[in-house]
Ligand binder design. Sequence first.
Ligand code: TYM
Length: 332
Amino acid sequence: RPRVLSGIQPTADSFHLGNYLGAVRNWVAMQETHDAFYCVVDLHAITAGHDPVVLRQRTRVAAAQLLAVGLDPERCTLFVQSQVPEHAQLAWVLSCITGFGEASRMTQFKDKSAKQGADRSSVGLFTYPILQAADILLYQADAVPVGEDQRQHLELTRDLAQRFNTLFGATFTVPAPYIVRDTAKIVDLQDPSAKMSKSASSPAGLIELLDDPARSAKKIRSAVTDTGREVTFDQAAKPGVSNLLTIYAALTARSIDELVEAYEGKGYGDLKKDLAAVVTEFVTPIQERTRAYLDDPAQLDKLLAIGAEKARAVASTTLAAAYDRIGFLPAA
Ligand code: TYM
């Protein structure tokens, strides 16, 4: 079976629909076809300042949500990044073959450091994509299911794998991004020119899986729509309505064409009202299951410890091979 790895940051109280539709939904599907490794990337979550108590809670909430949307520990390896020390170890090695200029060109770093101010940005924020490359290469992943915003980080990962292999001998699988075009960029409900983002979107622009469905319904009803009143799919001319149709189609397995036909002669109001009901129906059982996992944190932690152990078996083999190729002495 081909190998897959992906990760998600525990940097919010809930995942949003962009995370779910752009990435996590594909993680669930790929459990059936791939040897799958999924991690909650808590090391990445400390690159821009954090509160320890909140981080610990969000890490558990993230894991609980992943289980609630359908990851099955019998069919995939679910773990927390910091519990597998090889991630930080390989990141160091990769950072030594990454150019300073190359890392400086990462657009997510440029955006975030511009917003925070260069003096207030951490070195960890700068080396973030190198740690991400380590996450992927440690598992010899063939495919990495992510949203469009991760494409450049995946390019860097491929470059680093190839560079290491050329310098020191074939060690890493060169991974391919797995980006499903239709849902690769869910946009902000209030600003359809921007992606839905836990750090950048206003609360009204985000639909969160764990938010009160009545609040989500309200956000959908007040989503920015476009001029005209006909429900048609046109991402350039009608990005707001097209985004609602994308979400609707993905959550119901109805095609966009089918939906456009169904809303012929109706207005945006009907579309929004129905989508609000679809979202409510979708998130309600997820919220119940998430709560059930969080009600027993000892059991959840145990599950994650088992995942970390399975992950370490793979990660330590790859790290040992990389250390050997680099020329480090064998460990005692
Ligand atoms: P993160 O935590 O920001 O987001 C998790 C996943 O959600 C996707 N995503 C979206 N997809 C579609 N539309 C959106 N509006 C949207 N917003 C977010 C992201 O593309 C991502 O797939 N750097 C990664 C975490 C990471 C990782 C990894 C990913 C660390 N190590 C190794 C893959 C492999 C990140 O910040 O994701």
